[in-house]
Design a protein around this ligand. Structure first.
Ligand code: DGL
Length: 269
């Protein structure tokens, strides 16, 4: 048993889509969340920049006493997980891509025609495709980068004509030419666009990997005997750090915490 907080982080608001599934599976844990809203997006930056920013966040959360690092960001998981694990060999580091790719492989094995949508860095890096092929050699996973989705979500425009037009722009041909029936949301910002995507592509099933991340985090904490005692953190509010606090960040924190106590604080590098 270990009552220290878990560090959960993303380039911005997107990682907040993983908070409710994490709280559901890990009700005893206190969360220290970091969203690097001052430097988002990461997905259009170089690998070296993504790694350097990610290590700064990991360092900050480890310095705040995080007992584990949960990467609620596909881009950081795809590009920087090795560097983070190397820098913190004594802290478990849980990424979203590996468990999400296993779920994707299950769907493909079951006959689904799934495609991946993600940031440019995640698509170019190929981590999903590699992880899917490790489970299901020979599997096909068409992938499409949708870089404008992230600023749309950060601006609080997820339910707007701009979002619907952008979805059509990126995905009409991609979905049709690949005969897709399923889209894997390979960026944690994209679940905030789920209603918009459903309105443009009502025939598609959407897969949000947040639950896969929560299951993996719960498994790893349990395996390492790092779970908090239920109730031990009851009077400690979760803390949500942003490197630039925006209206959309504050509103989204409020929406995902479901009435529980929390603090919002600013920290920039
Ligand atoms: N939310 C992130 C992801 O899951 C990154 C978005 C970005 O900063 O480009 O990939």
């Amino acid at each position: 048993m270990d009552d220290r907080p878990i560090g959960v982080f993303d380039s911005g608001i997107g990682g907040l889509s993983c908070v409710a599934p994490l709280k559901k599976l890990l009700p005893g844990e206190k969360i220290l969340f970091f969203g690097d809203t001052a430097r988002v997006p990461y997905g259009s930056k170089s690998d070296a920049t993504i790694i350097s920013y990610s290590l700064q966040i990991a360092d900050y959360l480890a310095g705040q006493g995080a007992k584990a690092l949960v990467i609620a960001c596909n881009t950081i998981s795809a590009v920087a997980i090795g560097a983070i694990r190397g820098a913190y060999p004594d802290i478990p580091v849980v990424g979203i891509v590996e468990p999400a790719a296993r779920r994707t492989a299950e769907l493909l094995r079951g006959g689904k025609k799934a495609g991946l949508i993600a940031t440019r860095a995640t698509v170019n890096n190929g981590a999903y495709r590699k992880a899917v092929k490790a489970v299901l050699p020979g599997a096909e996973l068409p992938a499409m980068a949708c870089p404008l989705f992230v600023p749309i979500v950060e601006e609080g425009l997820a339910d707007s004509d701009i979002a619907r037009l952008t979805a059509s722009h990126y995905l009409d041909v991609f979905v049709r030419d690949n005969g897709l029936d399923t889209l894997v949301l390979g960026c944690t910002h994209y679940p905030f666009l789920a209603d918009t995507l459903r309105s443009v592509f009502p025939e598609l099933d959407l897969v949000d990997p947040a639950e896969c991340l929560a299951e993996e985090a719960a498994r790893v904490l349990d395996e390492k005997d790092l779970l908090a005692e239920l109730g031990a953190n009851a009077d400690k509010p979760d803390v949500f750090y942003a490197s630039a606090i925006s209206g959309a960040f504050t509103e989204t924190v409020d929406a995902v915490t479901g009435g529980a106590d929390y603090d919002i604080l600013q920290h920039h590098f």
